[in-house]
Design a protein around this ligand. Structure first.
Ligand code: 5GP
Ligand code: MN
Length: 340
């Protein structure tokens, strides 16, 4: 929770019209876009001058989100994005704990004179913001935005567009209310959002039931040809080269969630997907139970995230990355065999 002094400071800042920019992390996911656009809708209702700036473009299954068509993606409009951040009086930093997570925008955000407010649920937030609202027990940044609005207004009275955005991020970051970050409060907030007009079934369809034929074929290929099971370590992984992605006419977001299929095998406690993209190896890690993939990603793959879902970057090429991964596993043999 923010303390009362911080809440008063934010209320005072928002009491007159300000130039506000909302930023989020590179490769924005449902929670990044949901929290940014949810807050955008709320601040628009309060007659603020507000823009959402993303480091790069979001996957197309989020295009329907109310306000997405007004977002500025820095990979397409770097000059405009940088100018907006430099000129902003308030900069919100949502769903990230380190400016490094904004890639090309990192230096601009750090150097910008605006008042910075971080709202985030990742472990070990860095102290670059003027006010830090961090809650690592929160299911999602969207759940925190709902609470943030509650702190400012006492009674939450938001538009159905805002409710749609916040519901989306809670739904995606909890794996549809499945992960152990899902609490009774998460369900209460979700219920409140439905009462405020969030279209829960419509959102589910827009996000999960809009696969392309090519994406389904890529998933089939991953599961039948690329899935490696390391029984001794209760581990499964998938590695995809740029060429393989190309052969399935890969589009942004197509690989999202594939790592969860590997984890869904009964005896698997740890899964990874290695993806060769933009001349680097992007990794996603997932785990069940006590195995901490945030620490694993931080220690070995310059990454981080949460206990059961984290990401990182690989070594120079795919072969080296996989070799490194396999060589590390023996030191975790004991931890990987526990499934509670
Ligand atoms: P995903 O595997 O879906 O990309 O990310 C899972 C979680 O780990 C997300 O919460 C994401 O923010 C975090 N994450 C992904 N990649 C990185 C990374 O390179 N560094 C850090 N610190 N966190 C990451
Ligand atoms: Mn999140």
């Amino acid at each position: 929770m923010l303390n009362s002094k911080e809440v008063e400071k934010i209320k005072q800042l928002l009491s007159v019209k300000k130039k506000i920019v909302i930023t989020t992390h590179h490769n924005p996911d449902g929670d990044a876009m949901g929290s940014s656009l949810g807050l955008y809708q709320y601040l628009k209702q309060k007659k603020q001058q507000v823009t959402v700036v993303t480091p790069n473009v979001w996957p197309s299954f989020l295009d329907w989100m109310p306000g997405a068509d007004h977002c500025i993606s820095a990979d397409q409009h770097l000059k405009k994005a940088s100018r907006l951040i430099q000129e902003a009086e308030i900069i919100f930093c949502l769903d990230y704990n380190s400016t490094k997570r904004t890639n090309d925008l990192s230096e601009v955000i750090q150097a910008a004179p605006g008042f910075k407010i971080m709202i985030d649920h990742h472990i070990q937030p860095e102290s670059f913001a003027d006010i830090i609202y961090s809650d690592i027990t929160a299911s999602s940044t969207c759940e925190m935005i709902y609470e943030f609005i509650q702190m400012l207004d006492n009674q939450v009275n938001i538009s159905s567009d805002c409710a749609d955005c916040l519901y989306s991020g809670i739904m995606t970051d909890t794996g549809s209310f499945k992960y152990n970050s899902t609490t009774s409060k998460t369900h209460q907030v979700a219920a409140d959002l439905i009462n405020q007009g969030a279209r829960n079934s419509f959102i589910h369809q827009k996000i999960f039931d809009t696969n392309t034929y090519e994406r389904m074929r890529l998933l089939g290929f991953c599961l039948s040809e690329k899935l490696t099971l390391l029984n001794d370590y209760h581990t499964a992984f998938i590695a995809l080269t740029a060429q393989e992605l190309e052969s399935f006419h890969h589009r942004k977001g197509d690989t999202e969630g594939i790592v969860n299929y590997a984890l869904s095998i009964g005896e698997v406690n740890f899964s990874a997907i290695f993806i060769e993209r933009d001349n680097e190896i992007k990794i996603s890690f997932r785990s069940k139970g006590s195995f901490d993939v945030n620490t694993f990603a931080r220690q070995h793959f310059s990454g981080g995230g949460h206990k059961n879902a984290a990401g990182g970057k690989g070594a120079d090429n795919m072969d080296e990355t996989i070799m490194k991964f396999i060589q590390i596993l023996p030191q975790y043999k004991q931890a990987l065999s526990v499934n509670e």
